[in-house]
Ligand binder design. Structure first.
Ligand code: AMP
Ligand code: ZN
Length: 483
């Protein structure tokens, strides 16, 4: 039996860099340790590229870290299935927008699974929320914050928002853009063009084919920014704890989300904003438009695994640009395999029934401490991974000197499994034993059910499922089985 008390994992407060304040701050959810987190998701007009996946892997590490330190997380990630790109794609392929986007939605879910990304609690598609979006726009029109233009589109009037620019630290007076002087119908534009943005894009048959929705202000389709605000607030409430994306989302997307949401509710839209840096290629952002991208499928075809790509994407701090090269990918692959070989050696030796020599205790405790401190410090993955490599070296030395027994190896595996809840890079497939932390969760779930705490019971079941196990009811009580 593992002496679990010997390896206590500290529940540290998590510091994150808040884009709005431009400072590292302790992040705490508003209520009950429950983090309501919104993450901008993919536009499903094509396969996502590994630049997009750098952001999604980062968000996965963030989510796992919050859970590691004892938070409950409800994450929503939207699927943008209506915008100019999906409409164009549907028209070009002579399909409905639903038929055109479905294969890319499916591909996205297959890709995140290969990358070891835990599923969010909810993946709303924009086309399922059009009535809510129309309602949202009507509220802004009634408040005089939105107006209809000659092209029958509805725009948000940024001069009605005194704090416009507070996330991106934009000074509107310096840009000298006044009300109604400039309007942007496109969803994406840069800071030089700060201007009234589109909430509802009036239908244009030559551009939109047969794709439009009816509304009290005429046929058309919602603007991208509005899609996120509507789904975020509908599913998570008027104030989110944490809103996350990549740095290119800060302006205009997130700035506009704040403006319209706060005009709607009069409340703070998101209490904390976190943004990750880009994956770049030769000093340029990896993007579809530049053509300098690889999809995950391209790399799988070249013989790399999803977890190798995951490791490459996550091993640089999220606020540093990461330059993609095949040499870099090879390097990441080599490091990952050293770690995985180590896990395998421990698995071959492990015997949880044997009493440990306690020789690994000091190294394990140091690893737990350093790993936890690193992750709690704005997800300092370099410190956390260094802790793991130091642990591997220390244990390898003992192993080579034949100073480890099966009990020691089981203790090492116990700690590695816990660290892996954040990293998601090991599979522990060779194990017959159920990971102890999952066993613990199963017991907690039984207690929650006995005390009729269905929310907690559901959350625990969800976590067990997300770790690749299912709960089986037997005559002897519930049991865990690999899914
Ligand atoms: P899109 O599908 O273009 O809306 O992008 C989906 C997400 O990927 C957004 O949060 C983008 O900010 C992010 N993203 C796009 N390109 C990159 C890149 N090269 N590196 C990191 N994140 C990116
Ligand atoms: Zn968004």
């Amino acid at each position: 039996m593992i002496d679990q008390e010997a390896f206590e994992f500290p529940r540290l407060p998590v510091q994150l860099y808040n884009t709005e304040s431009r400072h590292k701050e302790i992040f705490r959810p508003h209520a009950d340790n429950h983090v309501k987190m919104y993450t901008c998701g993919p536009t499903v007009y094509n396969y996502a590229h590994i630049g997009n996946f750098r952001t999604y892997v980062f968000e996965d590490i963030l989510r796992r870290t919050l859970k590691f330190f004892g938070h409950q997380v409800t994450q929503v990630m939207n699927l943008t299935d209506v915008d100019d790109k999906t409409i164009r794609g549907a028209i070009e392929s002579d399909q409905t927008i639903a038929d055109f986007t479905q294969p890319y939605k499916n591909a996205f879910f297959a890709d995140i699974q290969s990358l070891g990304i835990e599923r969010a609690e909810n993946y709303p598609a924009a086309t399922d929320f059009i009535p809510h979006m129309i309602d949202f726009i009507q509220k802004l029109l009634a408040k005089g914050i939105a107006y209809k233009s000659k092209d029958k589109s509805i725009y948000y009037s940024i001069d009605k928002c005194p704090k416009y620019g507070r996330l991106s630290h934009l000074k509107l007076d310096e840009l000298q853009v006044g009300a109604g002087e400039a309007r942007v119908a496109s969803d994406e534009y840069d800071k030089e063009n700060a201007s009234d943005f589109v909430l509802w894009k009036g239908y244009d048959p030559s551009r939109d084919g047969k794709i439009y929705w009816e509304s009290p202000f005429g046929p058309g389709r919602p603007g991208w920014h509005l899609e996120c605000s509507t789904m975020a607030m509908h599913l998570l409430g008027e104030t989110l704890d944490l809103h996350v994306g990549a740095v290119d989302n800060i302006f205009p997307h997130h700035e506009n989300e704040i403006a319209q949401s706060e005009a709607h509710t009069g409340k703070t839209f998101a209490r904390f904003w976190v943004h990750s840096e880009h994956l770049i290629v030769n000093h340029k952002k990896m993007s579809k438009s530049l053509g300098n991208f690889y999809t995950l499928r391209d790399l799988l075809d070249k013989g790399y695994s999803g977890i190798e790509v995951r490791y490459m994407l996550m091993h640089t701090h999220y606020r540093t640009q990461l330059n993609f090269t095949f040499d870099g990918l090879e390097g990441a692959k080599t490091s990952l395999h050293r770690l995985r070989d180590f896990v395998q050696r421990m698995q071959e030796l492990a015997d949880p029934k044997e009493a440990s020599t306690k020789r690994c205790h000091l190294s394990l405790k140091q690893a737990i401490e350093q790993f936890s401190q690193g992750m709690a410090d704005d997800l300092n993955i370099s410190v956390a991974l260094a802790a793991l490599f130091d642990l591997m070296h220390a244990i390898n030395v003992l192993h080579e000197k034949k100073k480890l027994n099966g009990g020691d190896a089981s203790e090492v595996l116990y700690v590695l499994q816990k660290l892996n809840r954040v990293l998601g890079i090991f599979t522990f497939e060779d194990e017959t034993a159920i990971p102890p932390y999952l066993q613990e969760m199963l017991e907690q779930r039984e207690e929650a059910r006995k005390s009729r705490d269905w929310t907690l019971a559901d959350q625990l079941r969800h976590e067990i499922t997300a770790s690749g196990y299912v709960i089986e009811d037997t005559d002897q009580g519930p049991r865990l089985k690999k899914a």
